[in-house]
Design a protein around this ligand. Structure first.
Ligand code: ATP
Ligand code: MG
Length: 261
C-alpha cells in the first residue's frame, strides 16, 4: 500500500446488546484519503459500527483512534467536532425546509457560536453565519445541488434527497464521512451519479467509510473493503482479493454476482 497515514484505527471493538454480540472483536485500519467499504449480510454489525464511531453507543470493549486520538468515551458532538460526519440508513431530512436550510443544519454541528451569542446577533455571529453559508454552498456545489438550493427538500426526487443528506454531512467539513447505504432505493442512473460523487468527495480529500449492499458500486468505487459477518471480520483487502476470497463468496457474495456497473 502506498497510502501514508492511518486516519482511523479500530482495535478489538466489542458491542453487545444484552445477549447479542453485534460487534465481537472487530479490528481494522483505514488509511487517509480513500474509499473504504464495509460490507456483510443483514445484521452483520455495519450500522452498529457507525453508531459506535459516532458516539451514539459506548462500546463494551476495544479502542477507536481517529488521527491518533481515542474516541471511546467522547460524546457525539465532540466526535463531530473532530471531523467525523455521517448519513443514516433511513432518510432523515426536514421535508418542509429548503435544500440549503437542510444542508446548513450540518454546518451548525461545527459552529462555534453559543446560543446566547446567536440570540444577541453579535458581530462574530454574523461572521460565523457567512462562514456556514459558504461551507453549505461548497457542499451543495460538490454534490451538484446548487440549482436546487431554494427548493423544498420534500419536493425532490428520492435520489436527490439522498444527495442532500450527503451534502449536509459534507457541510460539517469532515475528514471522515460515514455513508450508510447511500445507494439504497436509487435507480441505475442515480447509482452511477453517486459513484461519480463518491470519487469527487475522495478527490476533495475526504476519507469515506461506505456501508453498502450494491456490489457493482462497491467493487468499482472502493479502494479497500472490510467484510463483516455476525459481528466479526471475515476478510479485509482490495476489491479483487475480496471477490476471490472463498470464505466471502460462501458467506455473502454467492456465485453469480456481477461486478460491472
Ligand atoms: N439498539 C440495539 N439494541 C439491540 N440490538 C441491536 C441494536 N442495534 C443493533 N442490534 C442488533 O445488532 C446486530 C447488528 O445490527 P446492525 O443494524 O448493526 O446490522 P447491519 O449490518 O447494519 O444490517 P443491515 O445490512 O440490515 O442494515 C443485529 O442482530 C441487530 O438486531
Ligand atoms: Mg445497517
Amino acid at each position: 500500500m502506498t497510502h501514508s497515514s492511518i486516519l482511523l484505527a479500530v482495535e478489538a471493538l466489542e458491542q453487545s446488546f444484552g445477549g447479542v454480540m453485534a460487534l465481537a472483536g472487530v479490528s481494522f485500519q483505514t488509511p487517509e484519503n480513500l474509499i473504504y467499504a464495509i460490507i456483510g449480510p443483514n445484521g452483520a454489525g455495519k450500522t452498529t459500527l457507525f453508531n459506535v464511531l459516532c458516539g451514539f453507543y459506548q462500546p463494551t470493549a476495544g479502542h477507536l483512534r481517529f488521527d491518533g486520538q481515542e474516541l471511546r468515551g467522547l460524546p457525539s458532538h465532540r466526535i463531530a467536532a473532530l471531523g467525523i460526519a455521517r448519513t443514516f440508513q433511513n432518510l432523515q431530512l426536514f421535508f418542509n425546509m429548503t435544500v440549503l436550510e437542510n444542508v446548513m443544519v450540518g454546518c451548525h454541528l461545527r459552529g462555534r457560536t453559543s446560543l446566547l451569542a446567536a440570540a444577541l446577533r453579535l458581530p462574530k455571529v454574523r461572521h460565523e453565519e457567512r462562514r456556514l453559508r459558504q461551507w453549505a454552498g461548497e457542499a451543495l456545489e460538490l454534490c451538484e445541488l446548487s440549482s436546487h438550493a431554494e427548493r423544498s427538500a420534500g419536493a425532490l426526487p428520492y435520489g436527490l434527497m439522498k444527495r442532500v443528506e450527503i451534502a449536509r454531512a459534507l457541510a460539517a467539513k469532515p475528514r471522515l464521512l460515514l455513508l450508510d447505504e447511500p445507494a439504497a432505493g436509487l435507480n441505475d442512473t442515480e447509482t452511477m451519479a453517486l459513484r461519480d460523487l463518491l470519487s469527487r468527495i475522495r478527490a476533495a480529500g475526504v476519507t469515506i467509510l461506505l456501508v453498502e449492499h450494491h456490489m457493482p458500486l462497491v467493487m468499482s468505487v472502493s479502494d479497500r473493503l472490510l467484510v463483516l459477518d455476525y459481528g466479526s471480520v471475515l476478510a479485509e483487502g482490495a476489491p479483487a482479493e475480496i471477490q476471490a476470497n472463498p470464505r466471502v463468496i460462501a458467506a455473502y457474495l454467492g456465485g453469480a454476482v456481477q461486478y460491472a456497473i
